[in-house]
Design a protein around this ligand. Structure first.
Ligand code: ADP
Ligand code: MG
Length: 615
C-alpha cells in the first residue's frame, strides 16, 4: 500500500523476465527496453533497422510475413497485405471511418468487428493483425535477451476510446503479452524526455507520423500527466509528402494515368528522396529510367500547404486546453516526419520556441514506454512510483439490463474524472437509480457494488428526452465522488465512496483473473442483455403506437405485427442473442409500413395545422 492507503501502480501479477515498451504505430512499430538504466530500442539483428513497418502479409500457403518484407509484397498482393491496420482497431464495420479506408476485401462474420478477407477467403480481424506485429516485436526482444519477454507497456494515441484501447490490449494478449499498461503516446514521449521529473509544467506534443497528425497538450501535476486537449488530422502525414513528390515526377514525365505498379514504384522512390533530403540539400530520384534532381527548397515549397495545415489544428488544441503558446513549458517532436527540417522550422515558429527534438522522433514513444515498463516492474524503483497512483479496478455504472458501463477504466492514474450522459427509458419517468460498481466483468452480479442512490425529481418527459449527466471523480487520495445532474432543471444528487475500501490485493487479483477467465462468456451475456433491452424498447414502443394509431391498420396487418412482436417476446425469454436480434429485426420490418403510415399522418396533420393558420 502506498502512503495514502491506496494501491500502488504495479499490477498484482508479479513481474516475469524483461518488461518492454512497444510503440504500435500506424506506419512503423518498435520495441524498447531499459538496459543498464537507459531505455534503448531493440533492432531485429545487430546493425538492423529499429523500425518494423506495421505491415502484415498473409501468404496463400498460410504463412504470415511481417515488416519490411511484407511491405515489399504489398504492391503485388494488395488485398493480402494489410497496412495501417491501426486505423481499424476497435471500429465496427458500419463505422464511417472504416468505410472510408482502403481497398480491402471485407468478410462477413458474427459480431460488430471488421474482418479482412485475405489469402483466398480467410477472415482476419484488426486485433489479429496487430497481434502479429506485436508477436514479431516480442520475438525480436526475446532473441535480444535470449529469454522470455512476457510483459509490455503498449502505447496508444491519446484520443483512443475504450473500444480502441480494449482492442489494443486484446492484440497484446493474443501475442502472448501481459499488457501492464496502455500508455498515451504523448505521455510516453514526455517520459522519454524525463519531463515527469519536474514538479509541474504544460507541454505540447507534435506528432507527425506516416499517415496521421496528432497534437496533444499535456499538463504535469505532481507527477501525473493529464491530457488537457488533443487534436489532429487522421489523413495527414509524411506519406502525403511522398505523394507531393510523386505528383511532380508524373508531371515531369507527362504521365496522366500511371499504372498502379508505376505509382507504387514512384511512391517508394519519393519516400527515399524525401528522407534523404532531410540530410542532403539535393537528391536525385530515378523511376523507370527517368532521372530527376530535387532541391530541398523545391520540396519545401511543394509540402508547404500540408505543413501549414497542422498550424490550425495546434492553435485549436491550445485553445481547448486554455493555454497560449507562450505559457507552454516545452514542445516535443514525435514521429518520423518531424525530421523534415521545414517541419521543425514551422513548429518552432508556430510555438515561438525551439522544440525538443534531440531524442530520435521515431523512437521517442517506444523509449518512453520502456521507461514506464521499467517503472512498473523494477523493484528498485518503487519509491518513484509512489507519485503515480492508479485505480486498481474499473469503476462504472449499472445500465439497463444489468450491464456495467465503465466510466473510469482500471489503471487510470488519479486524480481523474469522467462523465457520461444517460437518459430515461420510459415515458414520464421521474427517477433514475444510480448504481456504482467496481470490477472488470460485464454484468452487475459479477462486479462489486459500491453504492446506490436515486436521482428523483426529473421532469416527466417522453422516454429518451431527459438528460442526466453522471460524473465520476477520483481525487488524489483515491476517493470517488459520483454526481448525477439532470440537465434541464439542474437538480443534483451526489455521494462519496472510497473504492479501495475493504479490498485486499488478493481480492483485486482474483477479480482480474476472473475477468480474464470469463471474458468470452461475459461478452455473450452482455450481448444477450443488450438485445433484451432493445427488445423491451421495441415492445414498449410498438404497444404505444398500436394503441394510439391502431385505427390505421387492417385486422390482418395488425395480426402480422402482433405475431412478430410475440416472437420477440419469446426469444427475449431464451438465451440466444442472435435469434433475438433477428426477431427484433423481423418485427421492425413487419411494422415498417405501419410506422410510415403513422409518420405520414403526422405530417398531414402538421401541414393541415399550418394551412389553417395561414388562411
Ligand atoms: P507512425 O507513427 O505513423 O507509425 P512514424 O513515426 O514511424 O509513423 O513516421 C513515419 C513517417 O516518417 C514516414 O512517412 C517516413 O517516410 C517518415 N520519415 C522517416 N524518416 C524520415 C526522415 N529521415 N526524413 C523525413 N521523413 C522521414
Ligand atoms: Mg507514431
Amino acid at each position: 500500500m502506498s502512503k495514502n492507503g491506496y494501491l500502488q501502480i504495479h499490477d498484482p501479477l508479479k513481474p516475469k523476465g524483461h518488461a518492454v515498451g512497444i510503440d504500435l504505430g500506424t506506419t512503423n512499430s518498435l520495441v524498447a527496453s531499459v538496459l543498464q538504466g537507459k531505455p534503448r530500442c531493440l533492432p531485429a539483428d545487430e546493425g538492423d533497422a529499429m523500425l518494423l513497418p506495421s505491415v502484415v502479409h498473409y501468404a496463400k500457403d498460410g504463412g504470415v510475413v511481417v515488416g519490411a518484407r511484407a511491405r515489399k509484397l504489398a504492391p503485388e498482393h494488395p488485398t493480402d497485405t494489410l497496412i495501417s491496420v491501426k486505423r481499424f482497431m476497435g471500429r465496427s464495420p458500419e463505422d464511417p471511418e472504416t468505410r472510408k479506408l482502403g481497398h480491402y476485401k471485407f468478410a462477413e462474420g458474427p459480431g460488430r468487428v471488421v474482418r479482412f478477407e485475405v489469402a483466398g477467403g480467410q477472415p482476419v480481424t484488426p486485433i489479429e493483425v496487430s497481434g502479429e506485429i506485436l508477436r514479431a516485436l516480442k520475438r525480436r526482444a526475446e532473441s535480444h535477451f535470449a529469454g522470455k519477454v512476457e510483459q509490455a507497456v503498449i502505447t496508444v494515441p491519446a484520443y483512443f476510446d475504450e473500444a480502441q484501447r480494449q482492442a489494443t490490449k486484446d492484440a497484446g494478449r493474443l501475442a502472448g503479452l501481459e499488457v501492464l499498461r496502455l500508455l498515451n503516446e504523448p505521455t510516453a514521449a514526455a517520459l522519454a524526455y524525463g519531463l515527469d521529473k519536474g514538479s509541474q509544467g504544460t507541454f505540447a506534443v507534435y506528432d507527425l507520423g506516416g499517415g496521421t497528425f496528432d497534437v496533444s497538450i499535456l499538463k504535469l501535476v505532481e507527477g501525473i500527466f493529464e491530457v488537457k486537449a488533443t487534436g489532429g488530422d487522421s489523413a495527414l502525414g509524411g506519406d502525403d509528402f511522398d505523394r507531393a513528390i510523386a505528383q511532380k515526377v508524373f508531371e515531369a514525365l507527362g504521365q496522366t494515368s500511371p499504372t498502379p505498379s508505376l505509382v507504387a514504384e514512384t511512391l517508394a522512390a519519393a519516400r527515399r528522396a524525401k528522407e534523404a533530403l532531410t540530410d542532403a540539400p539535393e537528391v536525385e530520384l530515378t523511376v523507370g529510367g527517368h532521372r530527376q534532381r530535387i532541391r530541398r527548397e523545391e520540396f519545401e515549397a511543394w509540402i508547404q500547404p500540408l505543413v501549414q495545415k497542422t498550424g490550425g489544428v495546434c492553435r485549436r488544441a491550445l485553445k481547448d486546453a486554455g493555454v497560449t503558446a507562450a505559457e507552454l513549458d516545452g514542445v516535443i517532436l514525435v514521429g518520423g516526419a518531424t525530421r523534415v527540417p521545414a517541419v521543425r522550422r514551422y513548429v518552432a515558429e508556430l510555438f515561438g520556441r525551439e522544440p525538443l527534438g534531440d531524442i530520435d522522433p521515431d523512437q521517442v514513444v517506444a523509449l518512453g514506454a520502456a521507461v514506464q515498463a521499467d517503472l512498473l516492474t523494477n523493484e528498485d524503483r518503487q519509491d518513484e512510483v509512489l507519485l503515480l497512483d492508479v485505480i486498481p479496478l474499473s469503476l462504472g455504472l449499472e445500465t439497463m439490463g444489468g450491464i456495467v458501463e465503465k466510466l473510469i477504466p482500471r489503471n487510470s492514474t488519479i486524480p481523474i474524472a469522467a462523465a457520461q450522459v444517460f437518459t430515461t427509458f420510459q415515458d414520464g419517468q421521474t427517477g433514475l437509480d444510480i448504481h456504482v460498481l467496481q470490477g472488470e466483468r460485464e454484468v452487475v452480479e459479477d462486479c462489486r457494488s459500491l453504492s446506490r442512490f436515486r436521482l428523483s425529481g426529473i421532469p416527466a418527459l417522453a422516454a429518451g428526452m431527459a438528460r442526466v449527466e453522471v460524473r465520476f471523480q477520483v481525487d488524489a487520495d483515491g476517493i470517488l465522488s459520483v454526481t448525477a445532474q439532470e440537465q434541464s432543471t439542474g437538480i443534483t444528487q451526489s455521494i462519496t465512496v472510497k473504492p479501495s475500501h475493504g479490498l485486499t490485493d488478493e481480492e483485486v487479483e482474483r477479480m482480474l483473473l476472473d475477468s480474464i477467465d470469463h471474458a468470452e462468456d461475459d461478452i455473450q451475456l452482455r450481448q444477450l442483455r443488450e438485445q433484451r433491452v432493445e427488445a423491451e424498447r421495441v415492445l414498449l414502443d410498438a404497444t404505444k403506437q398500436l394503441s394510439e394509431h391502431g385505427a390505421l391498420l387492417e385486422a390482418d396487418e395488425r395480426a402480422t405485427i402482433e405475431a412478430a412482436l410475440e416472437r420477440v417476446r419469446e426469444q427475449a425469454r431464451g438465451q440466444d442473442s442472435h435469434a433475438l436480434k433477428e426477431a427484433i429485426h423481423a418485427a421492425d420490418e413487419a411494422s415498417r409500413p405501419f410506422v410510415e403510415r403513422v409518420m405520414n399522418q403526422a405530417i398531414r396533420q402538421v401541414v393541415a395545422g399550418r394551412s389553417v393558420e395561414e388562411y
